[in-house]
Structures are given as C-alpha cells and as structure tokens.
Design a protein around this ligand. Sequence first.
Ligand SMILES: [Zn+2]
Length: 130
Amino acid sequence: MWVFRSPEERERWAAKTKAGARSFGLIVFVVVSAGAIIALGAGISTRPQLAGAGGPPMGWGIALLTGLALGAAAGREAWKWQINGDRARTVCPACGTQAEHNEGLACTCGGAFVKASDMRWEDEPETSDE
Ligand SMILES: [Zn+2]
C-alpha cells in the first residue's frame, strides 16, 4: 500500500534525489567531456591541412577546454533533467498507478494523483519501521 512519507522521510528522499541527480550529471560530464576531447583532439590533430594554409593547427589544449565546456553544459542539463523528472513523478495512492506531471489530477479509478516524493510503498503495514 502507498503511505504518506513523514517530513523526515521527505527530507531523506530530497537528499537522495539530489545525490542521484548529481552523480548522473557527473557521469554525463565525464563521458561527454572525454568523448568530445578525443573527437576534437583526434579530429583536429589528424587533419592539420584543414586548419588553413600554413595556419597553426588547433591542439589538444583547445580540444581539452572545448570538451570540458561541452561536458559541463551536458552534465548540467542531465542533472536538471534528472531532478525535474524525479520531482514530476506522481502516483495514485488508491490504485498505485504511476505517472508524471499530473499532480492533483483525477485518476481513472476515482482517486487523485499526488507527488511520488510524498508517498512511499509499504509492503507490510504492520511493520512501519524500515
Ligand atoms: Zn488510481
């Protein structure tokens, strides 16, 4: 059954959600940065003739900076996407249907959707302690 979280549990949920979004953003940052640095660095350094007649080819330094900037932007977007998604999740406590972006709206079962962050699933109502 779905039960309402206590204020302490909501705080724990918020902290967990933030930490999860942070590590997701960090992973995206690392992957995108590494990919961009390798692609830019390798692409630029293997095609020096495209850098212009006699012009100095762009090196790994620029690839590194560009890659890190791209990675940081992508990581921040991923973090926002993740945390907004977590906050948008809803559940109908009456039937357990899960959805997104419909807090307060009626469910087909006659119940109403509430924020998933305010609810938690409890297998055995008798043992309320985790
Ligand atoms: Zn329902």
